[in-house]
Design a protein around this ligand. Structure first.
Ligand code: C2E
Ligand code: CA
Ligand code: CA
Ligand code: CA
Length: 275
C-alpha cells in the first residue's frame, strides 16, 4: 500500500546517503593513507621452467590499514581512479618497486619486475618524466622494469597511446599487455603497439579442457609475433603441464606462490639461489 511505498522510498534514500557517506569517508581515509604512506608493495614471483626458478616478480599494491589490516587493491584502486588520487598512489608504488629492484640488482639478482599502470596514470602527460626521474633517483635501470597495461587503455584514444608506449620504450622500459584474452581482445593491437610480453589472462589459463584451443592459439600467436607469453593464475599442476607443452616458459599463480611481502620474497629468492 501507500505506507509500504513510502517506506521503500525512504529506505532507498537512506541507502543512497549511507553509501555516499561511506564513500566520502573512504576517500578521506585514502588521502590520509597516501600522505602517511600506508601503502606497501607485495611481490608475486614469476616462475621460469626450472623447479623453483624465479625469473621475475609483479608488484601488487596493498593498503596496510591501521584498523582493518591488509586491504586489497580491488577495494581502493577504483575510488582512487575516480577521485584523482591514483597519480600519487601509482607514483609511490613505482618508487618503492624501482628502489627495491635497484637493491636486488646490487645483490646480484637478475629479475624482471612488472609494475601495473591504471588508465588515469596512462593518460597523464607527467607520467613519462616522473618515471624517468624516479628511475634516475633510485638507480634502477629501466631495462629491469616492465609496465603492465590493459587493452581498454588503447581503445578510441587516437594516437596518444602509441606515443605513450613509444615514449616508454625510448626510456628503455618494456611493456606487457595484461589480462589478454579477457573479454574483447583486438589482435590488431599486438601488431600496432610495441609489447614485449603478453600476459595470458587467468580465464584462459583456467579454462576447462574443451575450451583450451583459444589459449593454445594465443600462445602460437605470441610465438609468431615474437612476444613472450606469461601465464597468469596458474593454480594447479595440470594447467602448468598443459601450458609447458604449449611452449609457455613463464608462469604466475597460486600453484607457485601468492603475492608476498618483500622479506618473504627474498627468502624465496635466496632459497632458489642456493639450490
Ligand atoms: P592483475 O594485474 O591482473 O594482477 C593479478 C591479480 O591476480 C592479483 O590480485 C593477484 O594476487 C591475483 N592472482 C595471482 N595469482 C593468482 C591465482 O593463481 N589465482 C587467482 N585467482 N588470482 C591470482 P590483486 O593483487 O588483488 O590485484 C588485483 C588487481 O588490482 C590487479 O590485477 C591490478 O589490475 C590491480 N593492481 C594491483 N596492484 C596495482 C598497482 O600497484 N597499480 C595499479 N594501477 N593496479 C594495481
Ligand atoms: Ca598485472
Ligand atoms: Ca592480469
Ligand atoms: Ca587486471
Amino acid at each position: 500500500g501507500k505506507a509500504g511505498g513510502r517506506d521503500a522510498l525512504s529506505f532507498y534514500q537512506r541507502g543512497l546517503s549511507d553509501r555516499l557517506r561511506a564513500r566520502t569517508q573512504l576517500e578521506e581515509e585514502l588521502r590520509q593513507a597516501i600522505a602517511r604512506r600506508e601503502f606497501i608493495v607485495y611481490y608475486q614471483p614469476r616462475m621460469g621452467v626450472q623447479p623453483g626458478e624465479v625469473v621475475g616478480a609483479e608488484a601488487l599494491v596493498r593498503w596496510r590499514h591501521p584498523q582493518r589490516g591488509l586491504v586489497l587493491p580491488g577495494e581502493f584502486i577504483p575510488l582512487c581512479e575516480e577521485v584523482g588520487l591514483m597519480r600519487d598512489l601509482g607514483r609511490q608504488v613505482f618508487e618503492q618497486a624501482a628502489r627495491q629492484q635497484a637493491a636486488w640488482i646490487a645483490e646480484g639478482h637478475r629479475l624482471k619486475l612488472s609494475v601495473n599502470l591504471s588508465p588515469r596514470e596512462f593518460e597523464d602527460p607527467a607520467l613519462l618524466p616522473d618515471l624517468e626521474r624516479t628511475l634516475a633517483a633510485t638507480g634502477c635501470p629501466p631495462q629491469a622494469i616492465e609496465l603492465e597495461i590493459t587493452e581498454s587503455m588503447l581503445i578510441d584514444e587516437g594516437d596518444q597511446p602509441l606515443r605513450m608506449l613509444q615514449g616508454m620504450r625510448a626510456l628503455g622500459l618494456s611493456i606487457a599487455l595484461d589480462d589478454f584474452g579477457m573479454g574483447y581482445s583486438n589482435l590488431a593491437y599486438l601488431q600496432r603497439f610495441p609489447f614485449s610480453t603478453l600476459k595470458i589472462d587467468r580465464s584462459l589459463v583456467q579454462a576447462p579442457p574443451h575450451e583450451r584451443p583459444l589459449a593454445e592459439a594465443i600462445v602460437a600467436l605470441c610465438r609468431a609475433m615474437k612476444l613472450r607469453p606469461v601465464a597468469e593464475g596458474v593454480e594447479n599442476a595440470c594447467q602448468h603441464q598443459w601450458l609447458l607443452a604449449q611452449g609457455v616458459r613463464d608462469f604466475q599463480g597460486y600453484l607457485f606462490a601468492r603475492p608476498m611481502p618483500v622479506l618473504e620474497f627474498e627468502a624465496m629468492l635466496n632459497g632458489c639461489r642456493s639450490l
